[in-house]
Design a protein around this ligand. Sequence first.
Ligand code: BGC
Length: 363
Amino acid sequence: MAACSGEGAGGGGDTGGNQPGDLTIGVSMPTQTSERWIADGNAVKEKLQAKGYKVDLQYAGDDIPTQSQQVDQMITQGADVLIIAAIDGTALSSQLQAAADAKIPVIAYDRLIRDSPNVNFYVSFDNYKVGVAQANALLVGLGLQNKDGSKGTATGPFNIELFAGSLDDNNAHFFFSGAMDTLKPFIDAGTLKVKSGQTKIEQIAILRWQQETAQKRMEDLLTSSYNDGSKVDGVLSPYDGISRGIITALQNAGYGSGAKKLPVVTGQDAEIASVKLINDGVQSSTIFKDTRLLAEQAVIAGEAFLEDKEPQANDTKTYNNGVKVVPSFLLPVQTVYKDDIKPILVDSGYWTAEEVAAGQAKS
Ligand code: BGC
């Protein structure tokens, strides 16, 4: 059977009888400033190409109009499936309507696309559990809890500060609620004190997850709440880039030298610069999300759509995007402390020992 509408390779969605080489998958990624998205983009591309598909991979430089335009273009060029990690989860409704009109299935990649009925599937990690894991890592770092979840020997009270991700990213809310549900009993008991008093997500969010913005907020917190000789003992950070901004602010204020110990700082993504900091005892932990596995799930879902099947979900309850519950495939996450770098990150081939030592990815 020959192809359908004639515009572009597969002509949008209706792929019956086409060979992989006739089909194009549009992959829209948010930014190249964070390694994880580069790894995600490359992994999705390589896996699709290995199966013979054509891939149109675009990065949007964290700019919403650029991403809208790139997705528009993928649609007009006849993409057969779209895989999208949105910058702003609410900003792509008209693109998704155009995709639906052209019968192009849309897979939301890691970040849920909100306020649209035209999201066909969602592949991600268990984002609530990421937040729980971050909070637990903070408790472990402070000695309030052991790694197995049992009570630690420390008693506190400890001064902590909280950071959250970008409010327009659905994940930021899941990370925050997982973390706060875990920390709240300690805050209520007075064991953890958020000295700034800033505990609402709107007060602690960092637009676009930017390192510089996080550094500035930490500097402001140190000036406003810690100029009375008190010390920060722990910082809940949702992402390694934010963690590095926080650490820089703290180091500039004298933490990490002499008696002024750096606080326990959490993270996410196992970015190589942060893995080195963990190895060096500067950052306390990160949450590892294996982007290779996520890419694989996106490819499995994409192929299912190309074969006119529904991809298999393992969660059909959690991710309501404001219009509908989007069937999802969620992957587990792992907490990485210093001792876990070798078994989890190096032995699995995610980073080499040389990259960890250098704090830089090789290629
Ligand atoms: C991802 C995180 C990432 C953050 C910043 C979130 O949507 O789930 O893994 O740290 O974006 O890029």
